[in-house]
Write a protein that binds this ligand. Structure first.
Ligand code: UDP
Length: 312
């Protein structure tokens, strides 16, 4: 049994991690200020091995009693809609918040994991993004608050690793979906599925030729935990490499929900990445990990989830 602290523990990915780590018998402390996370995500985790602390991690973490074996830093708005509404908070949590999480890990000599993102690659010029690619990021555009916060988070993690020999992990998370996503988070999976279930128009931004690669949350959690328990200190991409255009994705959602909804086109947001597909050779080789859930299987699950959300 290990003692684990997760920042952003009430968020979509954070709460799945809490659940899985509790199921394994660990002691889990989650910290979240509910800025995008939700209370419902943690109420079903309550039990003797789970502690929840409502707090903005930029206010500090050093008074939290440990010791912890692992500190997982997953606090941040992550949907473009959310971080564009909260650019300063996003930069603060990625910089000051990450520093507090690193200091806590240093205090307890814990393994530290930074939740990073495919956004560190920006609008990539490479069709498939491997970890060696330095990225193509607009430092002042509307996505910069998230991209640069996450790039800074990686830099800070590496600095603690080099200067203090802190045992660190960096996971670069690609588009992920699954139960506990917020229906209103503005991302493409929740938007399309909820629009289809409500019989509303499906809103494609731009011409829909931009691509994404969607990973089901259970696969992501498995990859994250394998990385955590490895000794790999360089960044590792964790995502599903099966790439598809947003137009194709809309058609898939229409097919699976059997909706009468039609597609409408809206302006493409500024700096929206044209392509995204992870190279997962590193995760395959070093972690013996690859995703198992197909898009159809995963989509059926998220459709059921949002459908039962509608009837509750
Ligand atoms: N998108 C879309 N319609 C929507 C929401 C998003 O066409 O209702 C597009 C968006 O412009 C982007 C892709 O879907 O090209 C993925 O967007 P999301 O917000 O899920 O995350 P991103 O991968 O851009 O961070």
């Amino acid at each position: 049994m290990s003692g684990i602290l997760i920042t952003g523990g009430a968020g979509f990915i954070g709460s799945h991690l809490c659940q899985r780590l509790l199921d394994e018998g660990n002691e889990v402390t989650a910290v979240d200020n509910f800025c995008t996370g939700s209370r419902a995500n943690v109420t079903n985790l309550e039990g003797p091995r789970f502690t929840f602390i409502e707090r903005d991690i930029t206010d500090g973490l050093d008074d939290i009693a440990g010791p912890f074996d692992y500190v997982l830093n997953f606090a941040s708005p992550a949907s473009p809609d959310d971080y564009m509404k909260m650019p300063i908070e996003t930069l603060q949590v990625g910089s000051r918040g990450t520093m507090f999480a690193l200091e806590l890990a240093l205090r307890d000599k814990a393994v530290f994991m930074q939740a990073s993102t495919s956004e560190v690659y920006g609008d990539p010029e490479m069709a498939v993004q491997n970890e060696e690619y330095w990225g193509h990021v607009n430092p002042i555009g509307p996505r910069s608050c998230y991209d640069e916060a996450k790039r800074y988070g990686e830099a800070l993690t590496m600095a603690y690793h080099r200067s203090h020999s802190l045992d660190t992990r960096i996971v670069r998370i690609f588009n992920t979906y699954g139960p506990r996503m917020r229906a209103v988070d503005g991302r493409v999976v929740s938007n399309f599925v909820c629009q289809a279930l409500h019989g509303e128009n499906i809103t494609i931004y731009g011409d829909g030729s931009q691509t994404r690669s969607f990973c089901y949350v259970d696969d992501l959690v498995e990859g994250i935990l394998r990385l955590l328990r490895s000794n790999v200190t360089e960044p590792v991409n964790v995502g599903n490499p099966s790439e598809m255009s947003i137009k194709k994705f809309a058609e898939k959602v229409i097919e699976l929900t059997k909706t009468e909804s039609s597609i409408v086109y809206k302006p493409l947001p500024e700096d929206d990445p044209k392509q995204r597909k992870p190279d997962i050779q590193k995760a395959k080789k070093l972690l013996e990990w690859e995703p198992k859930v197909s898009l159809e299987e995963g989509l059926e699950k998220i459709i059921d989830y949002f459908r039962s959300d509608l009837t509750n």
